[in-house]
Structure formats: C-alpha cells, structure tokens
Design a protein around this ligand. Structure first.
Ligand code: AMP
Length: 188
C-alpha cells in the first residue's frame, strides 16, 4: 500500500504521517524534510533550495523528482510509502504516475486534511516556537498557503477523479484525526 497525504502547511501532515508510519509500518517520504536536510549542506544546490523554500515557492520539479525516484528504486520501501508533500502540482502528479509504473507500484489512497487559513496561522506560530523553521513566519506561511491553493488544489481534483480521495476534517483533535485515518487505511 502507498498513500499520498495532502494538506496546507500546518495541517498536521507530518504528525499524521508519523502516526501512520508507526501504526502500519510504513515509511514517511517528506520532500520538505529531505529538502531542509539538503539546505544544511551549504552546497550551491543547498543554497538554491534554501532561497526558494524561504520565499514560500516550490523547488524545481526535477530536484524533487530525483529525490522521489531514489526512494522508489529502493526495494526496502516498496509499497510502504507515505508521500508527504509530493506531488504538489499536476506535473509532479503525472511524473509520479510514470515513476510508480516504472517500479511496479501504485497509489492506494489519497488523504486530504482540510484546514482553514485561520487555524493554519495559529498552528504555524506555535510550531515556529518549537521547530524554529525559517519558513514558518506568518508572511511566508500565507505565501505557502497561496502556493498550496494555486498549485496543489488541482492535484487534489486529479485524485478525486481517480476516486482515490478521502477528505478529513483537519480542525479536529490529533487523536480524532488519527482514528479516522486508521479506520480508512484498515479498509484498504
Ligand atoms: P513542507 O515541509 O512540505 O511544508 O515543505 C516545505 C517547503 O519545501 C515548501 O514550501 C517548498 O518550498 C518545498 N517543497 C516541499 N515539497 C516540495 C515539492 N514536492 N515540490 C516543490 N517544492 C517542495
């Protein structure tokens, strides 16, 4: 089973991915986390990624695609991936289909955590105190939310048409959301 999890920044994708990882023995592939790690390397590519992330825009499709392919090619992750933060635009969604086919895999379910901008602002400011992410200030968070709406919402429509989409109320408590997700996955 492979899962895609969607939601704007601060929707709880990371928290719920960790829950799924532990409960169902899966692997969380967070492109954001991979990119943040790359940023700390101080290489020219790291610096480039850093300036894009801190503007709230998306890193180039090629960079993330290479990253995704590395994981898909690795047999130990076969059919146990949670795609967290990928795909983020239609081009990436189509690329993912091609890569999954190449490695004889597929997406079984797409989860979307729905959250209002008001809640996001609140959660991001709380997270900033804990994680100290440079892209978690309010201005960049709003930009990231706008990027999400513009680029990522069409991808959600794409999965809806493929009848893979399950929408979850991301305003509920962490435990309530985990329970809902758990029930959905158990039915697959
Ligand atoms: P996240 O941790 O998922 O909120 O991602 C943080 C930032 O990393 C985003 O705002 C983007 O700049 C970049 N990023 C993460 N995933 C992708 C992706 N699939 N495509 C392009 N940029 C990405």
């Amino acid at each position: 089973m492979n899962i895609v999890i969607f939601g704007p920044p601060g929707a709880g994708k990371g928290t719920q991915s960790k829950f799924i990882e532990e409960k169902f023995g899966m692997f969380q592939l967070s492109t954001g986390e991979f990119l943040r790690k790359e940023m700390t390397t101080n290489t020219s590519i790291g610096k480039k990624i850093s300036s894009v992330i801190n503007s709230g825009a998306l890193v180039s499709d090629q960079i993330v695609s290479d990253l995704i392919e590395k994981i898909l090619a690795d047999k130990k992750y076969k059919n146990r991936i949670i795609f967290d933060g990928y795909p983020r635009n239609l081009n990436q969604a189509k690329n993912l289909d091609i890569l999954l086919k190449k490695y004889q895999q597929k997406i079984d379910i797409v989860l979307k955590l729905s959250v209002s901008l008001r809640t996001i602002k609140k959660r991001i400011s709380e997270r900033r105190t804990l994680e100290k992410r440079d892209d978690d200030n309010e201005e960049i968070a709003i930009k990231r939310y706008e990027t999400y709406e513009k680029s990522t919402e069409p991808v959600i429509e794409y999965y809806k048409q493929l009848k893979l989409l399950k929408v979850i109320d991301g305003e509920k408590s962490i435990d309530q959301i985990s329970k809902e997700i758990s029930d959905i996955i158990s039915l697959i």
